[in-house]
Design a protein around this ligand. Structure first.
Ligand code: CP3
Length: 340
């Protein structure tokens, strides 16, 4: 019989103690072994789109820290490349795309040749994953990906995408819908290739006023959930509408995601409230992990006190920062697992 996987159990609504643990962006520049491979690969996208390298980078943090989840090494913007947009990553500068001028600049369906290496990486990872580690796939939320497509980068705080949300809202809806359909297919293909659960990173969900949030976050996410639940009814989906504030509860109900990722601005009383609706994941401030010391110990204890004993996955409230000391991550693992 297969061994139970703690992360998969918690995402399925079971209480697991100690809670399973993984970190958003757990593969990356804070790891010396990542920096070595990144140097060798040349570009960040080469790393993402070479299956053997993507698989190796995915497994690095799992080997070092024994996390309960292995998250595919890729990026939320590979779907933009698959939809025909030229994508580049310049060092220290984040992603660049040529800005969309109309919704018709986007291909109707993703180019399978662009995404094939992603699925191959998942097959490689699944074949060598430790028996109790859960393999996570992911994609960006349709609004967040649309925001990068329309602005071309994150440098302008998505001013143009926000302008479309009010002045060209029908066109934005078309963009978001195309991205949602492509993303649903991409996530389903990740599950076909060996991912056991998936996370939707809607990192910029918190920029939208409630009516726009409903139209550009909730509706397309529900549309993706219909596809995912038809094709993979058993696979848990984690929704992460970062900085959604008081709209988190509505997101949980309206989209039908199985588990809810919380950023660090969500207070623990609100987190407990949300936990009545289903499993929650989060929400240590990544800056506290950089700080370490007594501040880290206190913050971790507060989260565990509030959220353990019900379905819960320990994580950060956003991605780990490149300046995070390895010793602080080791300490976090001991604190969560109860051996500190
Ligand atoms: O979690 C993981 O370890 C899996 C890998 C992963 C990456 N990006 C690798 C990456 C995941 C899950 C992402 C998601 C992602 N990508 C998001 C959503 C999460 C979030 O942070 O809000 C967003 C908005 C992106 C787009 C993106 N990719 C940006 C804005 C940047 C530049 C910022 C940065 O950290 O450099 C990237 C580049 C990127 N994606 C890196 C990594 C490891 C750094 C590239 C490098 O090695 O130089």
């Amino acid at each position: 019989m297969n061994e139970p996987k703690p992360l998969l159990m918690a995402l399925g609504g079971k209480t697991v103690d100690p809670p399973p643990l993984w970190l958003m962006r757990q593969a990356g520049r804070y790891l010396p072994e990542y920096r070595v491979l990144r140097q060798k690969a040349g570009g960040f996208l080469d790393l993402c789109l070479t299956p053997e390298l993507a698989a190796e980078v995915t497994l690095q943090p799992v080997r070092r820290f024994g996390f309960d989840g292995a998250i595919l090494f890729s990026d939320i913007l590979v779907i933009a490349a698959a939809l025909g947009r030229a994508l580049s990553f310049r060092d220290g500068d984040g992603p660049s795309l040529s800005p969309l001028t109309t919704a018709y600049d986007l291909a109707l369906t993703p180019d399978p040749a662009v995404l094939a290496p992603v699925y191959e990486a998942l097959r490689l990872i699944r074949a060598t994953l430790p028996a109790t580690t859960t393999l996570l796939g992911f994609a960006g939320g349709p609004w967040t990906v649309a925001a990068y497509l329309v602005d071309g980068s994150g440098r302008t705080q998505f001013a143009e995408a926000r302008r479309w949300a009010t002045e060209r809202s029908d066109e934005l809806e078309q963009v978001v819908t195309r991205v949602a359909d492509a993303t649903a297919a991409h996530l389903a293909a990740q599950l076909d290739a060996g991912a056991e659960a998936v996370q939707i990173f809607d990192s910029w969900a918190g920029l939208l006023a409630p009516a726009a949030f409903r139209r550009f976050v909730l509706r397309p996410t529900r549309r993706m959930m219909a596809v995912l639940k038809a094709r993979h009814p058993q696979a848990p989906v984690i929704g992460f509408p970062r900085n959604a504030g008081t709209l988190y509860g509505e997101y949980f109900t309206a989209t039908g995601v199985d588990a809810l990722g919380l950023d660090q601005t969500v207070g623990l009383a609100q987190a407990r409230e949300l936990q009545r609706q289903g499993p929650v994941q989060g929400n240590l401030d990544p800056v506290t992990l950089v700080a370490g010391g007594a501040a880290l110990d206190r913050a971790v204890a507060a989260i565990l006190d509030a959220l353990r004993g019900r379905p819960f996955v320990f994580n950060l409230g956003h991605g780990i920062l490149p300046e995070t000391p390895l010793a602080h991550v080791e300490r976090l693992v001991r604190l969560v697992r109860g051996g500190a």
